[in-house]
Ligand binder design. Structure first.
Ligand code: G
Ligand code: G
Ligand code: MN
Ligand code: NA
Length: 250
């Protein structure tokens, strides 16, 4: 209840922050892209996890407002530090299911990019696999808008168990992020390893770039490299960091 109330204040006063987690390219041996992650700090309760406040915001109908505030913040950061775009390919931004179902919302995001005078290729939108499943007309037209604007799409949380593969394969994703849960046991359990390796093989053969999410150990990173994963995002390389810290490491 308190979080619900605080969220209203946070929207009114724009109290959100954006952290950035870098994604490491195994081929280029450097950070090649960033994921923008929303953060909200309560004065007494501390950090409220994004999945918590995003869920509440979806119920209270504030999610699109929050997303626009956050996307503006990301665009402002990129504008002020445009030299980082010589080092990284794009900044990934998460879109929630309800935003994508909202007619005209995609155009609002594209307008923010124009407003800041930035190239649309600077951004990649992450969509969780469950969304592609709820195939709605507004989702399809959002995908078309992003396509036309030259914004790539990234399939998030792949393998977390909600995907209608048939629907997913119809969406023109450039990148697939394999869900952290599939990484469990890949170093110790033959079945987990075989399964992960097979997913990588299938998705690579279909032409997607692959990001492995959630690698925390050197052993995992070595295996993922051997299996042909293109990029790794995980605590092994870096946690999500505030603006000034991310500038230092890229
Ligand atoms: O950063 P963290 O691991 O706590 O994020 C938890 C979940 O919240 C992740 O699935 C992430 O995709 C999601 N998330 C973080 N920031 C945003 C955001 O700005 N918008 C949406 N829709 N999801 C976000
Ligand atoms: O669902 P999504 O891909 O947006 O989730 C991103 C979230 O995953 C980030 O908020 C980040 O905190 C979390 N994350 C990233 N790398 C790791 C990791 O190596 N271990 C764990 N436990 N969480 C991670
Ligand atoms: Mn994500
Ligand atoms: Na994910």
């Amino acid at each position: 209840k308190e979080v619900e109330h605080f969220l209203k204040t946070a929207v009114e006063q724009d109290l959100f922050e954006v952290y950035y987690q870098p994604v490491y390219s195994l081929k280029e041996k450097r950070f090649i892209t960033l994921e923008a992650l929303s953060r909200l700090r309560h004065p007494d309760m501390g950090m409220i996890p994004p999945d918590v406040f995003i869920n509440i915001a979806e119920r209270q109908g504030e999610i699109s407002q929050i997303a626009l505030l956050q996307f503006r913040r990301v665009c402002g950061f990129v504008k002020e530090n445009e030299q980082i775009m010589e080092k990284i390919k794009n900044v990934k931004f998460n879109l929630s299911p309800s935003e994508l179902m909202k007619p005209g919302y995609s155009q609002k995001l594209i307008d923010v990019i124009r407003e800041y005078g930035l190239k649309s290729e600077y951004f990649q939108f992450e969509i969780t696999e469950s969304v592609a499943t709820e195939y709605s007309e507004s989702f399809c037209s959002a995908v078309e808008d992003f396509n036309k604007a030259g914004i790539q799409l990234c399939l998030d949380d792949f393998g977390s168990g909600y995907a209608n593969l048939n629907a997913v394969l119809k969406v023109p994703f450039a990148v697939v992020k394999i869900d952290r849960s599939l990484l469990n046991g890949i170093c110790s359990d033959v079945q987990a390893a075989d399964f992960y390796r097979s997913i990588v093989m299938i998705m690579k053969s279909m032409g997607y770039m692959i990001v492995a999410e959630g690698a925390e150990t050197e052993e995992e990173v070595e295996l993922l490299g051997k299996w042909g994963v293109d990029m790794i995002q995980g605590f092994y390389f870096s946690r999500p960091l505030p603006e000034k810290d991310i500038l230092k490491i890229i």
